[in-house]
Design a protein around this ligand. Structure first.
Ligand SMILES: NC(=O)c1ccc[n+]([C@@H]2O[C@H](COP(=O)([O-])OP(=O)(O)OC[C@H]3O[C@@H](n4cnc5c(N)ncnc54)[C@H](OP(=O)(O)O)[C@@H]3O)[C@@H](O)[C@H]2O)c1
Length: 291
């Protein structure tokens, strides 16, 4: 794979916080000019300030855009339409937590728009140029949640499963042209992500321990350099993600439900219940009764 860093342009989405800030800084150190995007203009400015401190010669441009909207995606694409993009870091994303039946459907729709639709739109916009030039790379940030269904994070888990599968497919299509496509699958990591979930998840086995972001960023960029399709940073994350392959799907999903279940001790995962007339419906048990 060939990726030219020095003096070339990179687009980093979600550059106003967490992993995105780190990706921007690491690419600046490699001499890349940057287009940073996120909704929060103040935090984008802060990212740009940090970058200029470590790499004063690097060009940094900002596009404040909401990637859950078509107009936000278009604003970003228009901003960069005059230049070749060598590296795309498709990193912006957020999750939600709680029983799907009680979820906010607008928020779930926005999640799909940012975590899936924007990822597709940006890859579609920049990949052809990379293929023509025979160099470049796309790093799509998926998650370890992509490797099994995620009860109580059903839409987020399915979105990241999409990103993983999509990235692997593009990896196979692009590699002969020398273009790298990598899915980075971090486990729970100390960024703004958990706060942005909008729900307390500190009690879950999954989110109890958070990893440092720096090794995750390094692992992603290293894997992109090597042209790897998928990278899962951290031995524990790799073992958990890979072990699921050997389990029956229903077991795997029940284990996942247990690891993510809500704090409410009376809450049980949805079960099928039958009325006296034999019709089945989904219900859930609270203190032994069905409601
Ligand atoms: N941290 C983890 O535990 C973890 C684990 C696995 C995967 N991931 C993935 O890692 C990626 C980066 O997240 P992070 O951990 O760095 O979390 P973060 O600190 O919350 O950063 C998320 C970034 O996404 C941007 N974003 C969110 N909604 C957006 C929207 N509608 N339009 C444009 N930008 C938007 C945010 O910018 P604004 O708020 O300024 O819009 C922010 O810069 C995400 O794709 C996440 O799913 C995180």
């Amino acid at each position: 794979m060939k990726i030219h860093y020095q003096g070339r342009w990179a687009v980093v989405t979600g550059a106003s916080s967490g992993l995105g800030q780190g990706f921007a800084a690491r690419l600046a150190e490699r001499g890349m000019s940057l287009v940073l995007t996120g909704r929060n203009k103040g935090r984008l400015d802060e990212t740009a300030r940090q970058i200029r401190r470590v790499a004063p010669r690097v060009k940094v441009e900002m596009v404040a855009a909401d990637l859950s909207t078509r107009s936000g995606v278009s604003a970003l694409l228009e901003h960069v339409s005059d230049r070749p993009i060598e590296v795309l870091i498709n990193n912006a994303g957020f999750g939600s937590y709680g029983p799907f039946a009680e979820s906010d459907s607008d928020r779930e729709a926005d999640e799909v728009a940012v975590d899936i639709s924007a990822v597709i739109a940006l890859a579609r916009a920049f990949l052809p140029g990379m293929l023509d030039r025979g160099s470049g790379g796309i790093l799509n940030v998926a998650s370890t949640i992509a490797f099994q269904p995620a009860p109580y994070q059903a839409v987020y888990g399915a979105s990241k499963a999409f990103v993983l599968s999509f990235s692997q497919a593009l990896w196979a299509e692009a590699r002969a042209a020398g273009v790298a496509v990598t899915a980075l699958c971090p486990g729970p990591t100390r960024t703004g992500f958990v706060d942005a979930l909008g729900a307390d998840v500190g009690h879950t086995a999954i989110y109890r321990r958070l990893a440092d972001p720096e090794p995750v960023i390094e692992a992603g960029l290293r894997a992109l350099d090597k042209g790897r399709a998928v990278v899962i940073p951290g031995l524990r994350n790799r073992v958990v993600a890979e072990s699921g392959r050997f389990m029956p799907r229903e077991w795997l999903t029940r284990v996942s439900a247990r690891l993510l279940r809500p704090l409410d001790p009376t809450f049980r995962a949805p079960i099928e219940v039958r009325n006296r007339d034999g019709n089945s419906r989904l219900g859930r048990t609270r203190l032994g009764s069905v409601d």
